[in-house]
Design a binder for this molecule. Structure first.
Ligand SMILES: [Zn+2]
Length: 298
């Protein structure tokens, strides 16, 4: 298979998976336990989730490795098993993906903060993301997505570590909240423009946005990223709408059909990798894949 970036540069749209966490909860993952350990303890359940998205038509199997950095695993006393867990996450995905689908490995935030906001050093973060990225590539990942980041410095270190230590296609993705009047920014005030200008210095292959908003808002965020980066491939993984709280639980209400309708506008704005974040299911991905295929064939 050609590399992810070669495929995208030819003008193809790739569709990635939807949410993982809700699926794990349905399968019995208990609150306060480590989701990534399921790659070792419940490999068949993890493969079943991967397979459901593959059957929905996704082009990229997303690994259960979001919280797989040593920092995050340390919270469960599992730091020493970082390489083993990440390698398993990717190799289970490779089993399911075969040679017709890509393996997209995710690296999420450490949950800690670097100096001067926290006690951790940049070197410590770099080493942790390097360790995770290398294990994911060892397991068979084609691509690594640094995602749901809200600290621009942490996103930059993670992208640099993946770029410098693997041959995968590296995606740098950030989450923005709506600020009203078509403006978006992270909790710390980072706008799509700020993010684009900072992250591009680390040479990511693809720049993107995930979580934080639904597809309507993300169309505008992708436009702003495109304005800042006219030639860089872009990615968008929206939530299934803006979350609403009902009876104390967070729900996402956008239907597969509603999300699929927005795929052409996301592509038009510049996104060439499109997937789903919180609240999205295989049904969403199936409808979005169909919409993406319709664009490619017209
Ligand atoms: Zn999300």
């Amino acid at each position: 298979m050609r590399s992810v970036i070669a495929h995208v540069r030819e003008g193809n749209i790739l569709v990635a998976d939807g949410a993982m966490g809700t699926f794990l909860q349905q399968k019995g993952l208990e609150m306060g336990t480590c989701p990534e350990l399921w790659c070792i303890d419940h490999p068949e359940e993890i493969k079943d989730i991967y397979r459901k998205y593959r059957e929905a038509g996704s082009d990229m199997v997303e690994c259960n490795s979001f919280g797989g950095s040593r920092y995050k695993l340390n919270q469960y006393g599992l730091g020493e098993r970082t390489a083993e867990i990440n390698k398993a996450a990717a190799s289970l995905a490779r089993d399911v993906a075969g040679d017709t689908q890509y393996v997209l490995a995710t690296m999420g935030p450490t949950g800690d903060f670097m100096e001067p906001y926290g006690l951790e050093t940049e070197e410590g973060f770099y080493d942790a993301f390097k360790e995770q990225a290398q294990a994911l590539e060892d397991g068979g990942a084609d691509s690594i997505i640094v995602e749901t980041m809200t600290s621009i410095d942490e996103a930059a270190v993670a992208v640099r570590a993946a770029k410098e230590n693997t041959n995968t296609t590296v995606i740098g993705s950030f989450s923005f909240d709506p600020e009203g009047d078509g403006r978006y920014a992270s909790m710390m005030g980072v706008t799509p423009q700020d993010f684009a200008q900072r992250i591009i210095r680390e040479n990511p292959d693809v720049v993107g946005t995930n979580c934080g908003t639904g597809p309507d808002e993300m169309i505008e965020i992708v436009r702003q990223l495109r304005e800042a980066l006219p030639h860089t491939p872009l990615m968008a993984m929206p939530n299934a709408g803006i979350p609403e709280v009902e009876n104390g639980t967070t729900v996402y209400k956008e239907t597969p059909e509603e999300m699929a309708k927005k795929v052409p506008a996301l592509a038009q704005a510049g996104a060439s990798i499109i997937g789903g974040c919180c609240g999205t299911t295989p049904e969403h991905i199936k409808a979005m894949k169909k919409a993406a295929t319709d664009i490619s064939s017209t």
